[in-house]
Design a protein around this ligand. Sequence first.
Ligand SMILES: Cc1cc2nc3c(=O)[nH]c(=O)nc-3n(C[C@H](O)[C@H](O)[C@H](O)COP(=O)(O)OP(=O)(O)OC[C@H]3O[C@@H](n4cnc5c(N)ncnc54)[C@H](O)[C@@H]3O)c2cc1C
Length: 335
Amino acid sequence: MQKGPSSGETVSCLVVGAGIAGLMAARELQRQGVSVLVLDKSRGVGGRMATRRFGGGVFDHGTQYFAPSSPWFQSRIAEWIDDGIAREWFRVRAYELDPRFLSAARYRGCPAMTSIPKAIAAGIDVRTGHRVVNIRERNGAWEAETDSGMQFHGSGCILTPPVPQVLELLDASGFPVPSREHGILTGLVYESCITVMAVCADRPTLPENGVLEFERGILRRIMDNTRKGISPDVHAVTIHAMGDFSAGHFDDDTEDLLRMIFAEAQPIIETAVRESQVHRWRYSQVVQPHQDPLLLLHDAPALAVAGDAFGANGVEGAARSGMEAARSILQRLPS
Ligand SMILES: Cc1cc2nc3c(=O)[nH]c(=O)nc-3n(C[C@H](O)[C@H](O)[C@H](O)COP(=O)(O)OP(=O)(O)OC[C@H]3O[C@@H](n4cnc5c(N)ncnc54)[C@H](O)[C@@H]3O)c2cc1C
């Protein structure tokens, strides 16, 4: 997946971000015979489709599950199942069925959530550990500069970080975002999510599928990664806090967060916690995505913004947005 980094390379399209949107974009571009390079600031691929391991446990700590609301995504899920990287986790009951979804089934990554982005990234030139800090037009192409001072060039470019991070990057680059597009980008609001992962002494008291969701209070959901089937050796629980609680306590001390969250969770799961970690997602999910699946910021050379803030939110929206951004860029690449 990863080649040795070298500065000054030119490809047809640069993609910033190796979450599901960036990877789907890169895969589509490559399928169409276009050279592509993906840059991501993190150590691994997947972005918010994230899995962490500690204390013998395996924790999906970002996306928990996904479900299709379109035949297009239903086909992607079927492919992932055939490839052995996704499987059904549970089915919602008929009275809980949200009419937006085509199926009652909720799916997970296999063996865990990051398996899906890792499999899509195979065969794509993805460079992790490269934070893009500047993007500028140079000689009719885009030049992306990373925090280590490397420069990469693309005839087109797709930006897929969460929108506030895209705006920070464009601002730091002195890129003049047109006022209509600036208004759209600044209007996209994300919820935060404080996540606690806990290695438990015993099987937690939770419903048989391992998911307990709340409508009020400070907890949004508790998930048992062992009942989910991804943490076979150790009882491993993921707890997501509500968006308003997460925003209000985002910078709190870790010990204070653990105390407040376990005060709510422990009487429910009824087991001692042996070890725990906290992850703070500043941008977890978009409240209301923009109606279109991408936003074109510049025509020639082409520059597009994509991700889960465009078209629809969640894994499906991000994947679809990446695909659509690739198709839009393909039409605009110099022949
Ligand atoms: C706690 C939580 C629970 C969720 N639950 C669900 C769920 O149950 N179902 C569902 O469908 N969705 C869920 N989601 C949302 C889902 O995970 C996202 O919608 C989807 O993964 C977004 O994909 P993306 O590619 O658009 O963005 P991301 O996955 O955020 O990818 C963006 C990438 O850009 C990289 N990046 C950022 N800035 C730079 C830079 N300057 N240079 C280089 N790289 C950069 C990041 O490292 C990241 O890898 C959840 C998310 C969270 C956090």
